[in-house]
Design a protein around this ligand. Structure first.
Ligand SMILES: [Zn+2]
Length: 423
C-alpha cells in the first residue's frame, strides 16, 4: 500500500533538523524493504506562529510498504533516538496517511492551506487524526502533528527544489568549514536557475546556516540540473549525506490577498494596496516606518534594519504614493518582504518667481503685495509652482537574499529583475 509519512517539530534551537531526521528515516525504511516514491517534500508553514523553531518547516514523503505497523515502529525508534525531546518546546508528531483515501487527502489539502497561512491549534490536528483514525506518533504535547498533517496535504502545484547537504555527525555544533568563493562561483554559474545561494550586495553566503543543526548548506533552485551543477562547484568540509527536497519555498504561498478577507489578523501575511499618508521615518537601530491608508484603515509598514539596501527605496516614499505591500502583519505592522511602487505622486512646491532678466529669485514685498527683483526692479504678482523631482521609479522592489524569508518569492522567479547585481 501507499502511505504518506509526515513529520514535524523534532528539532530545537540547540540542534537537529526535521529534514535530516526524515532523511535517516527514509534510509532505514528502504533498508527494511519499503520503497520511497519520488522526492520528499519540505513544506514551510506560517512563519509567524509562536513556538516555531527557526524555519517552521515540516517534511513528508510517500512510500510503498507492506505493513504500516512496521513503518510506525521504525519511525518511533528514529524519533526517540534523534529528536530533541529534552527541549521543552520540542513536541514531535508523525502521521502515516493512506495515500489512496481521497476524502482524507482532500481534507488534509484544505487543512494545509490554513496551516501555511493561518494559525491552527493542535486540537484541530488531533480532531482529524481521531476522525480518520490516522496511525500517528505523538510525543509530549504533539504540536508537530499540525505540520505533519499539513506537509502530507500540501499541494505543490508551484514548487522549487532544495538540495540539503548534511554534516558528519561528529561535527554537529562545530564551526562549518567551507570555501566562500566557491559558493559565489556556484551562484555565478547557475543563477537564476538557482537562487539565494549568496548575497552579492551584502557579501555573504546565505545558504550556509550558523545554527548547530546537521545542515551544512542548502542549494535552492528551479531545475535539478542547475542545483546539481552548483553542488559540484561548492567546496566545503566532508559531506555525510545529501537529499533533494521538493518545497513550497520561494512561492509566496503564505500571502493572503486583500480581497480574500474582511480584516487583518496578527500573525498572517498579506498583500495590501494603499496610499502613503505618513512619510518614512527612521528609529534608532535603522528601522524605517511609514503608514499607508488601506481598505482596512491605516496600516503601519516597516522595513527593519536587516533588510539593508531595501530601506533606501522605502526612505524615498512620499505622501500620496500608491503602493502594494507584501509581508507579515505583526504588532499591527506589516513587516515588508516586497513592495510594488504602483504610482509615484507628483509633488509641487510654491516658490517666489524668478526674475526674467537676471534669473534670481524675487523677494516678497509683504503679504499680498507681490514680488520684486531687488536688482532689476522687475515685478511679479504670484508665487510659482515647481514640480519636485522624484528619485523613485515605479516597479517591484524586494529585500536582499540575506533578509528573505523561506516562503517569500524572489522577483527573479516571476521573470522580473531581482536584487542581483548581474541580472
Ligand atoms: Zn533681476
Amino acid at each position: 500500500m501507499r502511505v504518506w509519512v509526515g513529520m514535524d517539530d523534532t528539532d530545537s534551537r540547540k540542534g537537529m533538523c526535521t529534514t535530516y531526521l526524515a532523511k535517516v528515516l527514509m534510509e532505514r525504511l528502504e533498508e527494511s524493504g519499503c520503497r520511497v516514491i519520488g522526492l520528499p517534500r519540505l513544506i514551510r508553514l506560517n512563519p509567524n506562529v509562536p513556538f516555531k523553531t527557526r524555519g517552521n518547516g515540516a517534511v513528508s514523503f510517500l512510500i510503498e510498504c507492506e505493513d504500516v505497523g512496521e513503518v510506525v515502529d521504525v519511525a518511533n525508534e528514529t524519533v526517540l533516538e534523534m529528536a530533541e525531546l529534552d527541549d521543552e518546546n520540542t513536541d514531535p508528531g508523525v502521521v502515516f496517511v493512506n495515500a489512496e483515501n481521497d476524502e482524507l487527502m482532500n481534507v488534509l489539502y484544505k487543512f494545509s492551506e490554513r496551516v501555511i497561512r493561518d494559525i491552527v491549534s493542535v486540537d484541530e490536528a488531533l480532531f482529524i487524526v481521531g476522525k480518520y483514525l490516522i496511525p500517528h506518533l505523538k510525543y509530549k504535547r504533539g504540536r508537530g502533528l499540525i505540520g505533519a498533517l499539513a506537509s502530507v496535504g500540501a499541494e505543490c502545484s508551484e514548487y522549487t527544489l532544495e538540495l540539503l547537504a548534511y554534516r558528519k555527525p561528529e561535527r554537529f555544533g562545530t564551526k562549518r568549514v567551507y570555501d566562500r568563493d566557491s559558493f559565489f562561483l556556484a551562484d555565478l554559474l547557475t543563477y537564476p536557475q538557482t537562487f539565494d545561494t549568496v548575497d552579492w550586495g551584502n557579501d555573504v553566503v546565505v545558504c550556509v546556516p550558523n545554527s548547530p543543526d546537521p545542515v551544512l548548506f542548502g542549494i535552492r533552485g528551479d531545475s535539478l540540473e542547475a542545483v546539481f551543477r552548483a553542488f559540484e562547484v561548492v567546496r566545503c568540509e566532508e559531506i555525510d549525506r545529501y537529499q533533494i527536497f521538493m518545497t513550497n519555498q520561494a512561492t509566496d504561498m503564505h500571502l493572503i490577498r486583500e480581497d480574500e478577507v474582511f480584516q487583518l489578523f496578527e500573525g498572517r501575511s498579506y498583500v495590501l494596496g494603499g496610499t502613503v499618508i505618513e512619510e518614512p521615518f527612521e528609529i534608532e537601530g535603522g528601522h524605517v516606518f511609514f503608514t499607508i491608508e488601506t481598505r482596512f484603515g491605516d496600516v503601519r509598514c516597516a522595513a527593519f534594519e536587516p533588510t539593508k539596501q531595501f530601506r533606501n527605496v522605502i526612505r524615498k516614499l512620499r505622501k500620496g504614493d500608491r503602493v502594494t505591500v507584501y509581508g507579515a502583519y505583526k504588532d499591527e505592522t506589516i513587516n515588508l518582504e516586497k513592495i510594488s511602487i504602483d504610482e509615484v505622486a507628483r509633488i509641487f512646491v510654491e516658490v517666489n518667481p524668478a526674475c526674467p532678466v537676471c534669473g534670481r529669485r524675487m523677494e516678497s514685498e509683504g503679504k499680498g503685495k507681490g514680488f520684486r527683483c531687488r536688482k532689476c526692479k522687475t515685478r511679479a504678482k504670484e508665487k510659482v509652482r515647481l514640480e519636485v523631482e522624484r528619485d523613485l521609479e515605479p516597479g517591484m522592489y524586494e529585500v536582499p537574499p540575506c533578509a528573505r524569508r523561506h516562503l517569500s518569492k524572489p522577483l527573479i522567479r516571476e521573470g522580473r529583475e531581482g536584487s542581483h547585481p548581474f541580472r
